[in-house]
Design a protein around this ligand. Structure first.
Ligand code: C5P
Length: 293
């Protein structure tokens, strides 16, 4: 008998590099980013032996089910796969919302991967990627099982790369979130006189070692976000002083991460008040879908 339920650790992303390029006519920005997945996850479970369409979430307040990205991912999948089943999604949330770690997108990506493993007629990778992109810019990467990838466009063009050796990652959760739409607006305002940016091209050959990644690591959101939230600069300095090889804002924030060559210190001096520190690591393989029954 085929399984009707499955679970997946929806692992978060960090952006090792993130450049915001030209602003399109419609207001959206082109970007270039180097994504890495980390060992820090929500747990997503989907059952399809039901006529209901439901989503339950524990660990964070995420608003109405119908607007949740994971719920919309399931609806979009069922419509595209012509598979008119119900679904019960349950999510144990650990990834903070508005933190720049792609939590909601990772949950949506996990739902797509789970449903594709359960569906009688799975969708092609290309169709899954198109569905993912309609849900949000981080979803195409987070619907794959790539531990490391470059992405361009608005995030829909994804080139999976060979993984790098696992490194320890320290995540600093600041006691506030940043709305992505605000962060893009701050960038657009700061570039009012300079609407065109030359494409920044990261070469795959430059990122086959951590040395190369450390050299080109960058995040265009840091300057405008730090202007509004100077605690982020304090946090970056504390991680570098603690021996981080790379310290960056992830996405539009507010999470700051540090990557360590050797073991990270047990404590960091000078972190902003209210910062929660969580240890993680980069992945060499992404969690697989686990069929449940
Ligand atoms: O993708 P999402 O709907 O979360 O984006 C929120 C807002 O951020 C968009 O309405 C747009 O103003 C801005 N944005 C952008 N360029 C992108 C992604 C988002 O300007 N690539």
């Amino acid at each position: 008998m085929t399984a009707s339920a499955a679970s997946l650790e929806a692992q978060a992303k960090i952006n090792l590099a993130l450049r915001i390029l030209a602003r399109e006519e419609g207001g959206y920005h082109q970007l270039e980013t180097l994504f890495a997945r980390i060992d820090f996850a929500d747990t997503v479970r989907v059952a399809t032996d039901t006529h209901l369409r439901e989503l339950q979430c524990s660990g964070a307040e995420v608003g109405p089910a119908e607007q949740n990205l994971a719920f919309r991912a399931a609806e979009a999948f069922m419509a595209e796969a012509l598979w008119p089943r119900g679904f019960q999604i349950s999510i144990e949330k650990r990834i903070p919302v508005r933190s720049g770690l792609g939590g909601g997108s990772a949950d949506a990506g996990a739902v797509l991967r789970i449903l594709n493993a359960l569906a009688p007629t799975p969708l092609s990778d290309a169709t899954l990627a198109t569905l993912a992109f309609r849900l949000g810019a981080d979803v195409p990467f987070l619907a794959t099982n790539a531990p490391l990838a470059l992405a361009w466009g608005r995030g829909e063009r994804v080139l999976a790369l060979n993984s790098l050796p696992a490194r320890e990652v320290v995540l600093c959760f600041l006691p506030f979130g940043v709305a992505t739409a605000d962060a893009f607006r701050w960038i657009a305002e700061s570039r009012a006189d300079e609407p065109l940016r030359a494409p920044a091209l990261i070469r795959a050959a430059d990122i086959d070692r951590w040395d190369g990644v450390a050299r080109l690591s960058h995040n265009d959101f840091e300057t405008p976000v730090i202007q509004r939230h100077p605690e982020i600069a304090t946090c970056l300095e504390a991680l570098m002083a603690g021996g981080a090889r790379v310290a960056r804002l992830s996405g539009s924030g507010s999470t700051v991460f540090g990557i360590f060559e050797r073991r990270s210190p047990a404590t960091f001096q000078g972190l902003p008040e209210g910062t929660r520190v969580v240890g993680s690591r980069t992945l060499t393989t992404v969690a697989p879908v686990r069929l449940l029954d």
